[in-house]
Write a protein that binds this ligand. Structure first.
Ligand SMILES: [Zn+2]
Ligand SMILES: [Zn+2]
Length: 165
């Protein structure tokens, strides 16, 4: 969604709210689209005492896969989108400051980026997920398999070394 920033920067006290759905059909993260619904984005931009800020919340319904057993996981992420918008930086090193080059500001990429930053780096169906057996592929959460425990290749190399002596 495009927000016209000119009136926001030019009028102290100005506030404009928004509430819209961000289409996610073309979103991809490592080849798959994890969003199962449009992202609901709700908030406002305002000029408070000359400081222009955007405060919003994005709600994303996502389908992810467990890193260990590949089970489907449904997750609702509620992500804050809080930034101070500036037209230029004055030697301030602040991650919350967002330099806008264009007064026609597109909120969509910012919302997507903030959501991606909130994504957990490790996704597990449950903390103690046992994962899949690397040999037979059985889901070890359901039942143990009868494969022998894989031998640590480093130990195996050591054992061979010892055997040869
Ligand atoms: Zn799992
Ligand atoms: Zn197995």
């Amino acid at each position: 969604m495009i927000i016209e920033l000119e009136p926001v920067f030019n009028n102290i006290g100005y506030e404009k709210s928004f509430d819209y759905e961000l289409i996610t059909e073309d979103c991809q993260i490592t080849g798959i689209n994890p969003f199962i619904k449009p992202i609901a984005v709700k908030g406002f931009v305002r000029n408070r005492a000359g400081i222009v800020e955007i405060k919003a919340q994005a709600i994303a319904d996502m389908q992810l896969f467990c890193d260990r057993c590949a089970a489907e996981i449904y997750k609702k992420l509620i992500v804050p989108i809080n930034h101070v918008l500036v037209t230029k930086l004055n030697n301030e090193d602040n991650d919350d400051f967002l330099v806008v080059g264009d007064m026609r500001f597109d909120l969509d990429p910012l919302a997507r980026e903030d959501i991606l930053l909130e994504l957990p780096t490790k996704v597990l169906c449950r903390d103690d997920c046992k994962g899949l057996c690397p040999q037979c592929g059985k889901n070890l959460n359901q039942e143990p398999c009868s494969c022998e425990k894989p031998i640590d290749p480093r130990l195996e190399a050591l054992r061979q070394l010892l055997d040869n002596n």
